[in-house]
Design a protein around this ligand. Structure first.
Ligand SMILES: [Zn+2]
Length: 345
């Protein structure tokens, strides 16, 4: 046991200090970026189910964002506790293939989606924003996502696109209307072993140095919490500036990272072609859209304007390509980061 642990720690140390990685991936560009800001934001999903684990997430030493599921026994109590502790709370909104009384599904009428969102927000008081739980099917629906982002804007809430699928259009729709939003870069614990989680954290740190910022999402699994409790206090020494999710949205100014778009503009997927005949159910969405989705009441407005790079991007051939690996700066293995997390807690 002691042997295993020390080997584990050594591997982790080597990994985190870059010793084990030095020769492999673009050391030059890392060097070029030395001294630049490297911001990191951490979101813990799936909270509200287990008070003991939830409290460990709450106690992480920094501005962790706590994403609480509405259909959990402790959602409301934990949201209050987290808010009181000064942490940012967001609604972790179940979306198809997730199921349950609040889950958004493409076949539901708009009124039902609206009701479910409203009910979910009532279960998670103090929510400052929303990110999706699962949702690989739902977040690919342009009309529903279009309605969602307008509604979030009306409520002065921000959006974090968890990117459980490369086909998501959620952040792209948010960008179109200037809603404060950002996208997840790295999932920490798709594979729940100490080694895999440590590797993902290392990937996140490298990405932060490379592109200036990283948003990582983890879950309250013991293996994830063990690692975070151990490693987060050392982030600063590695040149990482751990910031709150709102500030991250400001830092990014709503722009897409290289792995998700081009020149700050999200790749055009289905968002560029909202009227897909294959999605008749979503069509009646638009009429009930809330107040004109104009920009004035963009929520925690990024310091840089919410829509720096939003000009109607010329619809390039990239339009049809999903989240193509066109972007050169996508070091995180797409297979590990774009997939739906395996059966969440
Ligand atoms: Zn989740």
């Amino acid at each position: 046991m002691a042997m295993w642990l020390s080997r584990c720690l050594l591997a982790l140390f080597l990994g985190l200090t870059g010793v084990a990685h030095g020769a492999s991936a673009e050391p030059e560009s890392d060097k070029d970026n030395a001294g630049k800001s490297a911001y990191l934001t951490l979101i813990i999903d799936d909270l509200g189910q287990n008070p003991e684990r939830d409290r460990r997430a709450l106690a992480l030493p920094g501005p962790v964002t706590l994403a609480i599921m509405p259909d959990t026994p402790h959602a409301t109590d934990f949201a209050r506790e987290a808010h009181k502790a000064g942490k940012t709370v967001i609604l972790h909104m179940p979306m198809d293939p997730a199921t349950g009384p609040y889950a958004w599904r493409p076949d539901l009428p708009m009124e039902e989606l609206a009701k479910r969102l409203n009910d979910a927000l009532l279960k998670v008081p103090y929510a400052a924003g929303l990110n999706n739980h699962e949702g690989s099917r739902m977040t690919a629906q342009p009309e529903a996502m279009g309605w969602l982002v307008a509604e979030l804007q009306r409520r002065h809430l921000f959006l974090i696109d968890s990117r459980t699928s490369a086909k998501t259009v959620a952040a792209a729709q948010a960008q179109l209307i200037g809603l404060a939003s950002a996208s997840r870069d790295v999932f920490l614990d798709d594979v729940r072993t100490p080694e895999a989680v440590a590797t993902q954290l290392k990937t996140a740190i490298r990405l932060a140095h490379k592109q200036g910022s990283v948003i990582m999402i983890g879950h309250p699994y013991p293996v994830t919490l063990d690692l975070l409790e151990r490693e987060l206090p050392g982030l600063k020494a590695q040149g990482i500036n751990w910031i709150d999710v709102r500030r991250m949205i400001s830092v990014r100014g709503n722009g897409a990272m290289a792995a998700h778009g081009k020149n700050g503009v999200y790749h055009k997927t289905a968002a560029a072609h909202p009227a897909k005949p294959s999605e008749p159910k979503a069509a009646p969405v638009t009429p009930s859209a809330p107040a004109t989705p104009t920009k004035p009441d963009a929520p925690p407005a990024p310091t840089t304007p919410a829509e720096p790079a939003i000009p109607d991007a010329p619809s390039t051939p990239a339009a049809a390509a999903p989240d193509a690996p066109a972007a050169p700066a996508a070091p995180a293995a797409p297979a590990a980061t774009e997939q739906e997390p395996p059966a969440e807690l």
